[in-house]
Design a protein around this ligand. Structure first.
Ligand SMILES: Nc1ncnc2c1ncn2[C@@H]1O[C@H](COP(=O)(O)OP(=O)(O)O)[C@@H](O)[C@H]1O
Ligand SMILES: [Mg+2]
Length: 198
């Protein structure tokens, strides 16, 4: 949807306020439909008397200012009053109030991090409970199911003698059937043990 950037109508300035009109647009606003829709909805809600806060966050160059400009234009076009202000650098002062604000911001950042960490941990636990694992190396069963199936078969007791093959014998039998590790060598006994016990 490109119409906002292509619009030619110049809005009437709101009465009683001096409004800085956005600088001449040099770029079209592209691929921001969802954000524009959200902005429009918030403007409508503001017009209906419900204030709010919209914050633009992201790395430099991602288009925060451009999007804000677009929203400002829309507000002006709808004859809303647009005021702008610049924040001071909270980190560059010894003013006790600003120092307190800085500390409070630090406390919340820490809290948010702790909450995020615990949410991620809970999500990992849920996934582990559901699928048996989360992250880490792939198990043999995941990486080479056919090899594992064959290893388990080779591990069965001989019905007549009641004896099993040793882990080493199984590794040799697997290698003979072209089941080898990623380096092309026979699996080591520890790998075989995790295959047959897994
Ligand atoms: N959606 C967009 N479509 C086209 N150009 C964009 C868009 N968003 C940003 N730009 C352009 O990219 C550049 C950086 O955007 P800007 O809003 O200044 O980023 P930020 O404020 O996040 O650092 C500007 O030249 C801007 O006009
Ligand atoms: Mg900016």
């Amino acid at each position: 949807m490109l119409w906002p950037a292509l619009r030619t109508r110049v809005p009437d300035p709101p009465l009683n306020f001096s409004v800085t009109y956005p600088a001449t647009k040099t770029t079209l606003l592209l691929e921001r439909d969802a954000e524009i829709d959200l902005g429009q909805a918030l403007l409508a809600s503001t017009r209906a008397g419900n204030g709010g806060l919209l914050s633009f966050e992201g790395p430099p160059g991602i288009g925060k200012t451009r999007l804000l400009e677009d929203l400002k234009e829309r507000a002006v076009a709808e004859r809303m009053t647009v005021l702008t202000a610049t924040g001071e650098d909270l980190t560059q002062t010894d003013d006790p109030m600003k120092k307190a604000m800085r500390q409070i911001a630090g406390v919340f950042a820490e809290l948010e991090k702790a909450r995020l960490v615990s949410k991620l941990r809970a999500a990992r636990d849920r996934k582990r409970a559901l699928t048996g694992k989360c992250g880490g190396r792939k198990s043999h069963a995941e990486a080479r199911p056919q090899t594992v199936a064959l290893a388990k078969r080779l591990y069965r007791r001989n019905p007549v003698t009641g004896r099993r093959r040793s882990l080493r014998q199984i590794a040799a039998a697997l290698a003979a059937a072209d089941h080898v590790n990623e380096r092309g060598a026979p699996f080591n006994p520890a790998s075989i043990r995790s295959m047959v016990n897994g």
